[in-house]
Design a protein around this ligand. Structure first.
Ligand code: KIV
Length: 282
């Protein structure tokens, strides 16, 4: 049985902080799941850290479903949340329903995430009334990067901070089971956390949220094109991998790998039979 929304709500009530992480493939999903992380997000960050785009906008629903399927296969306990990509839920609540249904039916997700506050409340309500668990995402919403004018903190002025608080209350009222607060100033994120019944899941929003989410490729030091301010590298996998690839290249070039130990043996007699059947041409 996977983690449920009731268990996530219980963690908020009991004041138990928890971690969430993204994953995009079977190997990382297995590692994250075995570490006991209760929520795995198949984030549209996929576009940047796996597919090599500059932002999340080119990611398609098929991309998310494809990777969600792999993450579902690699995990047993965690709740799998599929991130609805750009323009797969904006046109109408019906479009959102269809996209969410595909993530669940074809990808095996238990929940979906979508970006937007008050403006998305009717869509969140339509999804939750249809029995779909929704994680909301407010503050810095990367799918709106062009309109926001870059990846920057949201809610720094009184007017903006009020809007972020209103967004948080609106998505809760619409039925979201949790809300990601991305790049919201720490004091505002703490205040929102205090005012909501549903858990706040911070990223770049300080230590006062109920939970924290990070992009796995950032915390493992696997994606190194840039390091967002809000991340911490807990490993240097890209450096380790680079060293390993260079060593492999050198060993193969110099004849140090593979050795006979890395292959299979046959009787010498069999080799002689083949030699006889195919004599060396002079
Ligand atoms: O796409 C993603 O990985 C996300 C998280 C950073 C919250 O939306």
């Amino acid at each position: 049985m996977r983690v449920t929304t009731s268990q996530i709500h219980a963690m908020k009530r009991e004041g138990k902080r928890f971690a969430a992480l993204t994953a995009y493939d079977v190997v990382t999903a297995k590692l994250v799941d075995e570490a006991g992380i209760p929520i795995i997000l198949v984030g549209d960050s996929l576009g940047m850290v796996v597919l090599g785009y500059d932002n999340t906008i080119p990611v398609t629903l098929d991309d998310i479903i494809h990777h969600t399927r792999a993450v579902t296969r690699g995990s047993q306990q965690a709740m799998i949340v599929a991130d609805l990509p750009f323009m797969t839920y904006h046109q109408s609540p019906e479009q959102a329903l269809e996209s969410a249904a595909r993530c669940m039916r074809e990808g095996g997700a238990q929940a979906v995430k979508l970006e937007g506050g008050r403006v998305m409340a009717p869509t969140i309500q339509r999804l939750t009334e249809s029995g779909i668990a929704v994680m909301a995402h407010i503050g810095l919403t990367p799918q709106s990067v062009n309109q926001l004018g870059g990846f920057k903190a949201q809610g720094k002025t009184s007017e903006q901070a009020t809007r972020v608080m209103e967004d948080a209350l609106a998505v809760q009222a619409a039925g979201a089971f949790s809300v990601v607060l991305e790049c919201v100033p720490a004091a505002l994120a703490s205040l929102i956390t205090d005012r909501l019944r549903i858990p706040t899941i911070g990223i770049g929003s300080g230590p006062g949220c109920d939970a924290e989410i990070q992009v796995i490729s950032d915390i493992l030091g696997w994606f190194t094109d840039f390091k967002p301010k809000h991340t911490k590298r807990f490993a240097q996998l890209a450096d380790d991998a680079k060293r390993a690839i260079e060593q492999y290249n050198a060993d193969v070039s110099e004849g140090a790998f593979p050795t006979l130990d890395h292959g299979f043996t046959i009787d010498e007699e069999v080799v002689r039979d083949v030699e006889t059947a195919f004599p060396q041409e002079r």
